[in-house]
Design a protein around this ligand. Sequence first.
Ligand SMILES: [Cu+2]
Length: 116
Amino acid sequence: MTVKNILFLTGIFFFLCFGARKGWTETVEVKIIKSTFIPAVIKVKKGDTVRWVNMEELLHTVASGKAPMLDKKFHAPYVKKNFEVTFDKTGFYDYYCELHQAIMRGVIIVEDADNP
Ligand SMILES: [Cu+2]
């Protein structure tokens, strides 16, 4: 085999491994500033990860469900710095902070990666 052939086959190999994927997954940040989720509503693609980042000293929680009802799809009892969830299913995910549930609420909308 020539070097050219080896490079060609290596190229095919990488295409089969990575080229067939429908784009890369992303990590999207939701910041917690002044007891508010920012942005409160975000859209992500199936397979993406949402990372909540607590920018303040105050403790907050991230609990899925419509306040005050936990639905236990995801739950971080105390977010001191950050917390991540990967979304593998499409749908609407309501969440809230249990300590400030009257004001701290958000929604994650997970769409199929095929339909932009
Ligand atoms: Cu809070």
